[in-house]
Design a protein around this ligand. Structure first.
Ligand SMILES: Cc1cc2nc3c(=O)[nH]c(=O)nc-3n(C[C@H](O)[C@H](O)[C@H](O)COP(=O)(O)O)c2cc1C
Ligand code: SF4
Length: 424
């Protein structure tokens, strides 16, 4: 299947981050069009009809989110672009930020018009200082040309955008922790409901949208909902940028219709498994997602297809592992990430992530006994049932799936007191 090249169409064009190049390639036409031809509610309706679902992980319908915000009477309202991109294995937003920043600004301004907001904030972690600089430069260029700021293109719609630098915590990508972080508090998730669409930043209606989600918007405005729905599946229309990493010949970002088969992505686009090795497992939605084995190579990569086989699409970070991978080592690496990123507020996650790492370390160094595998499973299931926020739910999914699918490897480590694959 050819790559549709919609969201990534400007990537690779020289100076694609510059306003004049963006405009030459059709940029800001969608924003001009809505200001001249569409009422805000018509924009919301068009995005609803397109079926666009958020690309940050949860897959919530974007048009519906905008409608909730638009219909709340409180003001001011905020558009927040979630550019945190903290999921291990995801690197698709970074490319859009660095090489197509005006597409993000245009998507945000259209979102602002649709919900009645005059303020946008891009939340990006401080580590991505290069990308933050690109965004800042793009905002300044757009302001000078009247594409953002007061009375955009001479209309009576005003919308300005700021960049907010986060401190770089995985949990701050979760939308409510992100809001607390902007408000100057420690980045920790809020209880939902109330949802940000009604009680968001400073308790005002707020639409938090992922970078890739926003980049879809100008295309939907220009080409319409029917065109958009001609890509992907009925429940997950459009294209998706998959960040493929791990043991493939050609790691990278691939934009393909939602619902593309996993094996097509790996073998046709990402060049197959390195060194002609055998496929062993894949994390289709980054470190937060349960793994899939070769039995599921034909699974469609979309929100529902992956949920149906017990995993998730998340932000589309496809991490491929070949037959040389030690699943205990891979599990430990992921568990260490979550131990580090747990915000520490609730006991099941703070203690659970800590003890899963300690138990996996014991297995790795041959100090473990067989009951300890079940102890990890127990800890994981308890976390799943009792953690306060979605990070705790995500933190054990991959490790439990490794044990579920490759238990013999965990037992092999315990029996042989070393890695049976001699990977360590
Ligand atoms: C632990 C955690 C981390 C998250 N990190 C990100 C992130 O880095 N970027 C992002 O867009 N969404 C992230 N999300 C999802 C956001 O909470 C939210 O659903 C999303 O930004 C909404 O935008 P969308 O509707 O366009 O997907 C994360 C969620 C969780 C639970
Ligand atoms: S599950 Fe609990 S400790 Fe873990 S990140 Fe969420 S609130 Fe913090």
């Amino acid at each position: 299947m050819p790559e549709p090249n919609i969201l990534l169409k400007n990537i690779g064009t020289p100076n694609s981050d510059q306003l004049d190049v963006y405009v030459e390639n059709g940029g800001y036409r969608a924003l001009k069009r809505i200001l001249a031809e569409l009422m805000p509610e018509e924009v919301v309706e068009l995005v609803k009809k397109s079926g666009l679902r958020g690309r940050g992980g949860a897959g919530f319908p974007t048009g519906m989110k905008w409608q909730f915000c638009a219909s709340d009477v409180k003001t001011p309202k905020y558009i927040i672009c979630n550019a945190d991109e903290g999921e291990p294995g995801t690197f698709k937003d970074r490319v859009l930020i660095e090489e197509d920043p005006h597409a993000i600004l245009e998507g945000m301004a259209i979102a602002g018009y649709a919900i009645g907001s005059d303020q946008g904030i891009i939340y990006i972690r401080r580590e991505y200082i290069y990308g933050a600089g690109k965004l800042q430069e793009a905002i300044e260029q757009a302001r000078k040309q009247g594409c953002v700021g007061k009375n955009i293109f001479g209309s009576n719609f005003s919308f300005d955008i700021k960049v907010f630098l986060g401190a770089g915590a995985y949990i701050c990508g979760e939308e409510t922790a992100l809001l607390d972080s902007i408000e100057g508090k420690a980045g920790r998730s809020r209880i939902k409901p109330p949802f940000p669409v009604n009680e968001g930043l400073w308790h005002r209606p707020t639409s938090v949208n992922n970078v890739e989600t926003l980049c879809n918007i100008p295309h939907i405005i220009l080409h319409g909902d029917k065109w958009y729905k001609s890509f992907g599946t009925s429940e997950s229309p459009g294209t998706k940028i998959f960040s493929v990493s791990g043991h493939v010949n050609k790691p990278g970002n691939y934009e393909l219709p939602m619902g593309v088969a996993l094996e097509e992505l790996i073998y046709e686009h990402a060049g197959g498994i390195r060194n002609e090795n055998r496929f062993k497992a894949v994390l289709p939605g980054g470190a937060s997602s349960p793994c899939l084995t070769s039995k599921y190579l034909s699974v469609p990569l979309d929100f529902d297809g992956l949920a149906a086989v017990g995993s998730m699409l998340g932000s589309g970070a496809v991490i491929v592992m070949d037959h040389t991978t030690c699943m205990v080592g891979a599990g430990l690496s992921i568990a260490r990430f979550f131990e580090h990123e747990s915000c520490g507020r609730c006991t099941p996650c703070r203690e659970g992530t800590y003890w899963i790492v300690r138990l996996l370390e014991r297995i790795m160094v041959g100090e473990s006994q067989s009951g300890e595998i079940d102890l990890i499973v127990n800890l994981g299931l308890n976390m799943r049932a009792t953690c306060f926020c979605p990070l705790g739910l995500a933190a054990q999914g991959a490790v439990l799936s490794f044990i579920g699918n490759f238990r013999d490897e965990f037992e092999g480590h315990i029996k042989e007191k070393c890695c049976p694959l001699r990977a360590y």
